[in-house]
Design a protein around this ligand. Structure first.
Ligand code: V47
Length: 372
């Protein structure tokens, strides 16, 4: 982009990006405060194309939320129920295997497994789940348990971090999803999730999981009570950890959905804010290779536009998402996006769709048989 088209507050930032220098806290805040969304987006698009060219990734996966019972009481969450609540559910390992069987038959090769923080379950539930899934579907990638679940399992089962992590890996864990990061910075974190794993602990566990050879993702929940400063601090903490471990594969900004939560009086983020957050994430995190526009929360149209604002991944063609996803589905969104639809969305944004596995290897499918 030519310098003269940039607003003055962004020219220094543009030069630093060209020189490959990391942006500072103040520069991150200035990007969020800029009124020139298109200029911020163009800078992010430049970085996106430098890292990922025109490719946009998607995968075929299935979300599995094994229980909604949770002791954490997060004010942004509409999914959890207390253990005796009539809508509380707990899936057995056998039920999970049957759900996975259906997903496998429909082509899914990744299971995204997360659940509430159950007060009573023992370690053998979590390891048994992974072992049975791997035994039945050896080529299914198991992306399971956030750092918050790992922390909770350790505390309820009285196990060290190392025991939990190595036990899960032995049972079949392949990678971890990025949930539970919310906003890492205090006091905002305590205001929205006082009883949850702290930000420092979330980072510490990510480091330990990376050091054990397991890649993870990272998220940020935005559009509630947090400030721009909270967001930028969050991004810099992730960038700093990534510079030490190189374990994050993808960053996913999660647009807050107020409906059904204790924060239902808040409006949630606007489309403009979502695009800006994707763009600033791309600019602040040059060392995390992928930025996901999670269409389930953004809606399909904003997710498509985000492909020109820094994002290079749309997540999956998800069928039957599970109830956590139902709790934050974007307005007017069903939870379905078929492969042709996702490919059309990507091509419509002038990008090249590539089906990926969890770790961003391209997948070649057998061509569909010709029907005459
Ligand atoms: O940690 C909860 C968020 C997360 C709401 O790793 C909400 O590839 C918006 O982490 N409005 C779980 N968000 C989902 C998640 C995720 C999703 C897709 C891909 C990946 C990945 C990870 O959802 C929670 C929380 O931050 N969340 N409630 C809500 N009302």
């Amino acid at each position: 982009m030519k310098e003269e088209r940039l607003p003055q507050e962004l020219t220094g930032i543009s030069e630093k990006l060209d020189a490959g220098e990391p942006l500072t806290f103040d520069e991150g805040v200035a990007l969020f405060k800029s009124d020139d969304l298109l200029a911020v987006g163009a800078l992010a698009n430049r970085v996106r194309e430098r890292i990922n060219g025109d490719i946009t990734y998607f995968n075929v996966n299935r979300h599995m939320n094994y229980t909604n019972v949770c002791v954490s009481d997060c004010s942004f969450c509409g999914f959890y129920r207390r253990v005796r609540h009539p809508e509380a559910y707990e899936w057995t390992v056998e039920e999970c295997v049957e759900i996975a069987r259906k997903a496998y038959g429909e082509g899914a090769r990744e299971l995204h497994i997360v659940g509430g923080l159950h007060p009573r379950w023992q370690f053998d539930y979590y390891t048994g789940l992974l072992k049975e899934l791997k035994r039945n579907f050896p080529d299914m990638h198991l992306k399971a348990f956030t750092m918050v679940e790992i922390d909770h399992i350790g505390r309820t089962c009285r196990l060290s971090d190392e025991e939990v992590i190595s036990g899960l890996i032995e049972a079949g864990l392949d990678s971890c999803p990025g949930g539970g990061a919310e906003i890492l910075r205090e006091p905002t974190r305590s205001k929205i999730c006082a009883h949850k794993t702290s930000g420092q602990r979330w980072l510490e566990l990510s480091r330990k999981v990376h050091n054990a050879g397991i890649p993870t993702n990272a998220t940020m929940l935005y559009g509630h009570i947090e400030s721009y400063e909270d967001r930028v601090d969050h991004l810099i903490q992730l960038r700093d950890l990534q510079s030490r471990t190189d374990g994050f594969r993808c960053f996913i900004p999660l647009a807050f959905h107020p409906k059904g939560t204790a924060l239902a009086d808040l409006p949630g983020p606007s489309g403009i804010d979502s695009l800006k957050t994707i763009a600033v994430s791309r600019l602040m995190l040059p060392n995390i290779p992928h930025i996901k526009a999670y269409w389930v929360m953004l809606g399909k149209q904003i997710a498509q536009v985000a492909l020109r604002f820094g994002a290079d991944d749309l997540d999956g063609t998800i069928n039957d998402g599970g109830s956590l996803m139902e709790s934050y589905l974007a307005e007017g969104n069903d939870n379905q996006l078929t492969r042709p639809e996702i490919e059309d969305l990507v091509r419509g944004a002038g990008r090249i769709p590539v089906e990926r596995d969890t770790l961003y290897g391209a997948i070649q499918r057998e061509p569909a048989p010709l029907v005459v």
